[in-house]
Write a protein that binds this ligand. Structure first.
Ligand SMILES: O=P(O)(O)OC[C@H]1O[C@H](O[C@H]2O[C@H](CO)[C@@H](O)[C@H](O)[C@H]2O)[C@H](O)[C@@H](O)[C@@H]1O
Length: 326
């Protein structure tokens, strides 16, 4: 780790069961009883410790990983309207001018690409189960699930899709779920290509249990799938050993950092699935895991930012610092 990171709370795994029953509170995270300032003392604001962070990063190659929803765009009622502001877009573009940058989202790649609309970043969709990286300029190894392809813009890319074999079953599950939730007002099934999001943000409180039962009973018939919970959403994913943490490792290797010791990954995210990436950064013992949260919560992140506005300030500051060094 670049600078002394504060002592971490108990393991993320041990809290996941509790999370499954937390949806009535709304955000599927385990909140802690600390006040925000007590919590921040354990997870200092990345803006407040910025100078120390960059001092420790000197001479190291920062690699930036950014989650999308709740990090680059605020959480909104309608998932289709979670647009990113132009100001945030320029901040990400600026950061990506100086550091290899990846957007790692639960959304399918096409959707997140449509929101972000930047060419100088790489995209990992479906919680890291769909990674598209430009062919030729990066250090691709021989991976079983990687194939060369041409994307919609005509660029040669390498697609890494470890859950490709599940695509037909995912479509089958989507049909079943859509049929079953169609009479529950506000419920929405989102096709994220290699995973499915069943949203209940706009569902009446008394109908949330019915949604949970529908998801549980549907997925029971497909034992090769599992359910996790995010921010007012149940997510159905293939039961494979792949997550945002594994995606971070794959991307570090593809960016060419597997045999080097002068890189420093920064990962900024707000959701439970981002904890897998925070865990990897803690395990490799280098880098800055930063949680976006306006509430104290259990996390493996060492640092914090309150909301997407603070994320934007942090990104701009980082780009400005690097620009001044040039
Ligand atoms: O990994 P992420 O990029 O953070 O994506 C996680 C999920 O985000 C989206 O849902 C969440 O944001 C919506 C828009 O603000 C909100 O309406 C919803 O309640 C949240 O759960 C997205 O729609 C999901 O597909 C992603 O998996």
């Amino acid at each position: 780790m670049g600078i002394q990171s504060p002592k971490q709370p108990s393991s993320y795994d041990s809290i996941s069961k509790e999370m499954l029953h937390d949806h009535q509170k709304g955000e599927a995270a385990v909140t802690v009883s600390d006040s925000y300032s007590e919590w921040q003392a354990k997870h200092p604001s990345a803006l407040e410790v910025f100078e120390r962070m960059i001092a420790a990063a000197k001479g190291k190659k920062i690699v930036m990983f950014l989650d999308y929803d709740g990090t680059l765009s605020p959480i909104v009622e309608d998932p289709n309207k979670a647009v990113m502001s132009d100001a945030m877009r320029s901040a990400v573009q600026e950061v990506a001018r100086y550091f290899p940058t990846a957007i790692v989202s639960g959304r399918c790649i096409d959707k997140v690409n449509g929101f972000v609309q930047l060419k100088n970043v790489v995209y990992a969709g479906s919680h890291g189960m769909d990674i598209s990286t430009p062919y030729g300029s990066l250090k691709h190894q021989n991976h079983r699930h990687a194939t060369r392809a041409v994307d919609e813009q005509g660029n040669e890319v390498v697609l890494f899709q470890p859950a490709a074999e599940f695509l037909p079953t995912i479509q089958e599950i989507i049909q079943v779920l859509e049929e079953k939730v169609k009479n529950i007002k506000g419920a929405m099934v989102e096709d994220n290509k290699f995973c499915i999001s069943v949203h209940f943000r706009r569902v009446k409180e008394e109908d949330v249990n019915s949604i949970e039962e529908i998801v549980n009973s549907t997925v029971k018939a497909f034992p090769e799938f599992r359910i996790s919970e995010g921010k007012k959403v149940f997510e159905v994913k293939p039961r494979i050993n792949w997550d945002k943490g594994r995606a971070l490792e794959y991307l570090l290797e593809t960016f060419g950092f597997n045999n080097s010791n002068d890189f420093l990954p920064m990962y900024i995210g707000d959701d439970n699935t981002d904890e897998d990436a925070f865990n990897v950064i803690q395990r490799i013992g280098r880098g800055y895991p930063i949680i976006v949260s306006a509430l104290p919560r259990e996390t493996k992140a060492s640092f914090s930012l309150r909301d997407p506005d603070e994320v934007m300030s942090f990104l701009l500051r980082l780009a400005k610092w690097k620009k001044m060094l040039h």
